[in-house]
Design a protein around this ligand. Structure first.
Ligand code: FAD
Ligand code: NA
Length: 380
């Protein structure tokens, strides 16, 4: 149930390793879940329809697995930020610090400066997100790069957000501005949808789109194991209440110029700019022949999800965690009694990067699904 990376990985393993037939259901009209991408019709530029997706991993097994289905470009992700009409390098690094304070610092000088400014508040005593951030990086850098952006992401003033929302705020005392630290990084050479389609391309796999699980669940044979990658609270009829999510709104525009911002992602840190960032999709694939007189930009806005919105990021309040506890108990029972397993970001209410969704699906296959078929073990 669900044709995102989690569902497709399970389907592909069961089809190719166990030689069993798999039915994949998805309520959308395309496969791939949130990693789905499609060419923007006027320009042919590949747009990641549910937000920009950058593949990166340090997990060798996942890296070897995904390379069966696609090759990767040598794209390296970098992000910049505009604040008060100046452009800065992110994540906060030595270049950001030199730019922001308008002078050159050695790594040691920068470290001393940030430590002094962070000394204003003791991290252990931080009562909210603002205090926690100041305790880690000091007030000036917090106000420039964290305050406005965070407020727009959460539609909540950082003084009203729990300190626990941020665990760390790493500052790099080098000029390294690569966004990811992982061993492998790149974008699928012929796009996400080609990659995802090759995972589903097996004679044992049948994909049915435009099919909502909740409309057909009564017609499914009772003894066939199900891997459910949709919202766990919905599965149980919201018995313990609805889990909270943030969603994103995307505003896509084709501009009659060859290059809008010179890079793939620009954050907007000012509070009074309503969007959080702009993606310019041509820059994800500099190796491709895209039109030179047109470009596609997507503005991203963040807000709390209401019913009917796409759930994107778990909010994870203490109330959410209590509800999740209850749903986990129900899920354990469901596995034992009805052979239903819950996985993926919606099925576990966890933010998972793609490599994590794939890795966790491979583990579910090894630890639960294969033993069920090979040794007749129970699924729970
Ligand atoms: P999904 O991809 O959400 O798949 C679940 C599928 O289940 C969907 O296709 C859905 O239609 C289907 N479904 C749900 N309910 C039903 C139902 N009732 N009946 C039938 N089908 C149903 N990861 C990275 O590694 N790098 C990134 O840069 C990155 N950027 C991201 C940006 C955004 C905005 C978001 C939201 C996520 C990003 N991710 C990124 C994470 C990535 O999207 C996930 O790792 C991946 O989607 C997880 O796959 P999944 O199969 O668990 O879930
Ligand atoms: Na401090």
């Amino acid at each position: 149930m669900g044709s995102g990376f989690f569902g497709l990985t399970v389907a592909e393993r069961v089809a190719s390793q166990l030689d069993k037939r798999v039915l994949v259901l998805d309520r959308r009209d395309h496969i791939g879940g949130n990693a789905y991408s499609a060419p923007e019709p006027e320009t042919g530029i590949e747009v990641h329809v549910y937000g920009a997706h950058l593949f990166h991993t340090s997990n060798e097994r996942v890296w070897n697995y995904v390379n069966q289905f696609t090759e990767f470009t040598n794209y390296q992700h970098r992000v910049f930020s505009i604040y008060q009409d100046k452009t800065y390098s992110l994540p906060i690094n030595l270049a950001t610090i030199c730019q922001y304070f308008g002078k050159s610092f050695s790594p040691e000088e920068a470290r001393a400066l940030v430590a002094e400014q962070a000394g204003e508040i003791d991290t252990a005593e931080a009562a909210n997100l603002e205090e926690k951030a100041i305790s880690l990086i000091g007030r000036p850098l917090y106000e420039a790069f964290i305050r406005g952006y965070t407020k727009k992401q959460w539609q909540t003033d950082p003084t009203e957000l729990p300190a626990a929302v941020i665990a760390r705020l790493p500052v790099r005392y080098t000029f390294d501005n690569r966004y990811f630290n992982d061993t492998w990084e790149g974008l699928p050479v012929d796009g996400y949808t080609a990659w995802l389609s090759r995972m589903a391309d097996h004679p044992n796999i049948e994909v049915r789109l435009n099919t909502d699980y909740f409309d057909v669940r009564d017609e499914l044979p009772a003894d066939v194991p199900t891997v459910f990658t949709g919202p766990i609270d919905k599965y149980f009829g919201y018995e313990a209440g609805e889990l909270g999510w943030r969603t994103l709104d995307f505003e896509t525009e084709v501009l009659p110029i060859g290059d809008f911002q010179g890079t793939s992602v620009m954050n907007y840190a000012d509070e009074d700019v309503p969007f959080t960032r702009i993606h310019e999709f041509r820059h994800f694939h500099p190796e491709r022949k895209y039109p030179e007189d047109k470009t596609v930009v997507v503005r991203e806005y963040s807000r709390f999800a209401e019913s009917g919105d796409e759930p994107y990021y778990p909010i994870n309040t203490p109330e959410d965690r209590a509800k999740l506890e209850r749903y986990r108990e129900l899920a354990t029972k469901e596995a034992a009694e009805k052979r239903v397993l819950f996985g993926g970001r919606l099925g576990t209410y966890k933010y998972l990067d793609m490599h994590m969704a794939i890795g966790s699906a491979l583990s579910m296959f090894d630890n639960r699904i294969r033993p069920f078929f090979d040794q007749g073990e129970s699924l729970d």
